[in-house]
Design a binder for this molecule. Structure first.
Ligand code: SAH
Length: 353
C-alpha cells in the first residue's frame, strides 16, 4: 500500500466517498506524497514523454508562431511570455532559442512559469539559466499585461469531476473504500448547472467529465488577452466535446489501474476543448489538430533541413520524431492545438483556416 493510499483510506473512512477530482488532486499534488511533488516523470526512464521532449522542432515552431503573432499585434514593448506546467523547461528553451533573432522580442518579454512541482521547477531553472524566469503558483497571478502563453499537456493534468446521466440530473462518480483499497461508486442524482448543454447529446447512463480548474484558468488567460492583446497556444489530447470515462493512469509508459497506487502513477484525462472555448467568450478560440498545425508552420521543411546534418541512428530517430508528432496514427490527430486570440487580431499562424 502506498503512503498516499493509506492517507486517502483514512480520509474516506472519516468523511465518506470523495469526488474523482479530489482523488486526482491528492494523487498528483499532495505536498509530500503527490506524483508531481516527488519526481520528474518525463522521458524514456520516466512514465511518459511529451512533444517538446520528442523533438526540438515542436518548441521552435511554437516560438516562431508566438513571435509572428506578437509582430502582427504591433510588437508591444512589454509583454508576459508565460508557460503553464513547463515540465523540464525544454519547450521554453526551444522557444527562446528560435526567437533569439526576432528584433525586440526577448527585450520585451517577461518570462513567467506556472509550476506546482518543486523538482520540476529545479529542472526548469537549469534549462532556462540566463533567462531569469519568474515562477508562479497560479495562472491568476500572471501580470495584468499583454500575454503570449503556451501550455503543452498541462490541462490534462487538472482534476476532473465525472458524472453519470440520470434523467435530467447527474450522479457524481466518487472514490470510496473497498476491502483493502479504493473503488468507484456513484452519489445520488442532483442537477449540475455546468452540464446543462450536455443534456442535448447524452442519454441515461452516459458519463461526462467536467474540469472546473480548467475553466477558471482559461477565464483568467482569455480576459488578459481580450483586455491587453496576446495569444494562447494550448496543446493537449482530447476532443471538441468529450464523452465517456477518459481518466487514465500511466506508469513506466504503460496503462495501470488509476486507483491502485495513488502518488505513484501519472493521472490524466482528455481535455474537453469546447468547455475551454466556452469559458472565454471575450477571446476568439480556434481548434485544429497538432498534425495540421505543425504542417502549416512548416515542420516538414524544418525536419528536412535538420536531417541534412544528421546520419545513422540519430537521423533515423529524427525522422521517427517528425512522424510521431504529425502522423494521424500517432500524435497528429489525437492531439489538438487550441488558439485563443483577441476579437480584433488575426489568428496566430497555423490557426488561420
Ligand atoms: N509541458 C511539459 C510537462 C507536461 S507534464 C511537457 O510538455 O513536457 C504536466 C506539467 O504540469 C508538469 O510540469 C506538472 O508539474 C505541471 N502541473 C500539473 N498540475 C499543475 C497545477 N495544478 N499547477 C501548476 N502546475 C501543474
Amino acid at each position: 500500500m502506498t503512503p498516499l493510499l493509506r492517507i486517502l483510506r483514512t480520509r474516506i473512512a472519516a468523511e465518506g466517498p470523495i469526488p474523482v477530482a479530489d482523488f486526482m488532486a491528492e494523487s498528483l499534488l499532495h505536498p509530500v506524497h503527490g506524483y508531481y511533488a516527488t519526481r520528474d516523470p518525463l522521458g524514456a526512464k520516466g512514465d511518459f514523454t511529451t512533444a517538446p521532449e520528442i523533438s526540438q522542432m515542436f518548441g521552435e515552431l511554437i516560438g516562431l508562431c508566438l513571435a509572428q503573432s506578437w509582430l502582427d499585434q504591433g510588437a508591444p514593448a512589454s509583454f508576459t511570455l508565460a508557460e503553464l506546467g513547463p515540465g523540464r523547461g525544454t519547450m521554453m528553451a526551444d522557444i527562446l532559442r528560435a526567437t533569439a533573432r526576432v528584433p525586440g522580442f526577448h527585450d520585451a518579454a517577461g518570462i513567467y512559469l506556472v509550476e506546482a512541482s518543486a523538482p520540476l521547477r529545479a529542472r526548469q531553472a537549469e534549462a532556462l539559466a540566463g533567462h531569469a524566469p519568474a515562477w508562479l503558483d497560479h495562472a491568476a497571478d500572471l501580470p495584468d499585461a499583454p500575454l503570449w502563453l503556451v501550455a503543452n499537456e498541462f490541462f490534462d493534468a487538472l482534476p476532473i469531476r465525472q458524472y453519470v446521466r440520470n434523467g435530467a440530473a447527474w450522479c457524481e462518480r466518487r472514490v470510496g473504500l473497498s476491502d483493502d483499497g479504493l473503488q468507484f461508486g456513484l452519489a445520488p442524482p442532483a442537477p449540475v448547472s455546468a452540464l446543462t448543454h450536455r443534456l442535448d447529446d447524452t442519454k441515461d447512463g452516459d458519463l461526462v467529465e467536467h474540469c472546473p480548474a480548467a475553466a477558471t484558468i482559461i477565464q483568467t488567460i482569455g480576459q488578459r488577452i481580450a483586455d491587453h492583446g496576446g495569444a494562447a497556444l494550448i496543446a493537449d489530447y482530447g476532443d471538441w466535446r468529450s464523452l465517456g470515462d477518459t481518466l487514465q493512469a500511466l506508469q513506466a509508459h504503460s496503462p495501470v489501474d488509476p486507483l491502485a497506487a495513488p502518488g505513484e502513477a501519472d493521472l490524466t484525462a482528455h481535455v474537453d476543448f469546447e468547455a475551454l472555448a466556452r469559458a472565454t467568450p471575450s477571446a476568439h478560440a480556434r481548434l485544429t489538430t497538432q498534425g495540421v498545425f505543425l504542417e502549416r508552420l512548416g515542420i516538414t521543411a524544418r525536419a528536412q533541413q535538420l536531417a541534412e546534418a544528421l546520419s545513422g541512428t540519430v537521423r533515423e530517430s529524427h525522422i521517427a520524431a517528425h512522424r510521431r508528432l504529425t502522423h494521424p496514427s500517432e500524435m497528429g490527430t489525437l492531439f489538438k492545438l487550441l488558439g485563443l486570440f483577441p476579437q480584433t487580431a488575426p489568428p496566430p499562424p497555423g490557426l488561420d483556416a
